[in-house]
Design a protein around this ligand. Structure first.
Ligand code: GLY
Length: 396
């Protein structure tokens, strides 16, 4: 071969190698830069927030929600995610103090609902996984027993709320519960008793059949007859309509089903996670920020939901671990793209704002906290960043 041709091929080869190196280092650069911003900000805000229960940020400051609210685990979860890498004992101590305060709703018992996973996975289970604290393990097992006790054997679903929050709700189940199931999988692993896992799988099968539609869109609420277990109806819940597609509900389905696959290796859960993921991705606007409901009419002052984006992205990164090797890159890249957009376009880095990520929506139907930073948006953003830094088995 002509030496010039060999020379040109060699140069092209070197340019390709350099291109992929540059891409990798660019990726690492923004991820590490974002992580440093998170560590700096959490170090600062934790001094004011301390062992309280932030839920949404109002006028730049996180509020202090009541102790038994379902969001109570996310702040200690953020502290543990950062502690895991920095070993900052001040953050650890705040997280432990919140976990202790959570004993009040745990032992009071009557106010407790199905969201015990959201509350005790990123608090007690995180503590147990990181430092092996036996009291934290006990709290996790009590919470898991409570969740298992909400199972309706006729309808194969876990009841969602208490009567106080949702009167006559004995037959009500919601898609969010998919994220509580890992508490049951964990309890089975810890105790060697498969009962908890059986309940989780029965609920996941119901969610696959009754909540996640063929096109991957998801109902928020399905109501069953609590005596016979028959399905009665789907309800809009926090979505626009019974047949719409509340974006956070789709995110709970993506991540929840991917986690059910991780613990059981049942292909039907992987398929369900992919179905929801493809719907979510196909409906994302250019800048990766989902509307509060993908089927709500577009209005001038549209409500967005960054928490759905962050949760879906972390779920996509989970999914990437379990799909066929030729599919991994697609899920990794789409999850990464969402987090990068949240960081670059919606992060509150140079502002007088305690939260990390702007534009979350708690409930558009009741106009409760619309286009506002939310603690679980922050949590899943930090969790996804930790995954992008190579961390694998975190708290869920
Ligand atoms: N779990 C309630 C919500 O996602 O708003």
């Amino acid at each position: 071969m002509d030496s010039w041709i060999i020379f040109i091929i060699l140069i092209e080869y070197l340019l390709i190698i350099k291109g992929s190196d540059d891409k990798m280092s660019t990726t690492n650069n923004w991820v590490n830069e974002a992580w440093e911003q998170v560590v700096k900000k959490i170090g600062k805000t934790s001094k004011r927030i301390g062992a309280t229960f932030p839920h949404v940020s109002i006028d730049g400051k996180y509020n202090n929600e009541r102790v038994g609210w379902w969001t109570a685990g996310f702040w200690p979860g953020i502290l543990w995610l950062v502690y895991r890498e920095t070993k900052d004992n001040d953050l650890r101590d705040i997280a432990i103090s919140i976990e202790e305060k959570l004993d009040e709703p745990l032992y009071e018992f009557t106010g407790i609902h199905h969201d015990v996973g959201f509350m005790w996975i990123p608090s007690a289970i995180a503590h147990y996984k990181l430092l092996g604290n036996e009291e934290s393990k006990r709290r996790g097992l009590i919470a898991a027993s409570h969740l298992a006790g909400r199972f309706n054997t006729k309808g194969n679903f876990i009841r969602a709320w208490t009567d106080k929050v949702y009167p006559n709700g004995q037959g009500v189940a919601i898609i969010d519960c998919m994220m509580n199931l890992p508490l049951l999988y964990w309890a089975s692993e810890e105790t060697g008793d498969p009962r908890f896992k059986h309940i989780a799988m029965a609920h996941a099968d119901t969610a696959d059949r009754e909540f996640i539609r063929k096109d991957g869109s998801v109902h928020h609420i399905v109501r069953f007859d609590p005596e016979t277990g028959e399905r009665i109806e789907a309800l809009a819940g926090q979505g626009y309509a019974p047949d719409s597609a509340w974006s956070r509900g789709v995110a709970w389905a993506i991540y929840g089903m991917a986690l059910s696959y991780r613990y059981t290796k049942e292909p039907r859960y992987l398929e369900a996670a992919k179905r929801a993921a493809h719907f979510f991705l196909a409906n994302l606007p250019e800048d990766q920020m989902p509307y509060w409901d993908f089927r709500a009419p577009v209005e001038e002052d549209m409500a967005y939901d960054s928490s759905a984006a962050a949760c879906a992205a972390s779920g996509l990164l989970e999914l990437a671990r379990w799909v066929e090797p030729n599919e991994t890159r697609m899920y990794e890249e789409t999850g990464t793209r969402i987090i990068k957009s949240l960081y670059e376009n919606y992060g509150a880095w140079d502002e007088e704002e305690e939260a990390l990520i702007k534009k979350g929506t708690v409930n558009r139907n009741t106009n409760k906290y619309v286009n506002t930073p939310i603690i679980y948006g922050d949590y899943f953003f930090v969790e996804a960043l930790a995954k992008l830094r190579g961390q694998k088995d975190l708290f869920w």
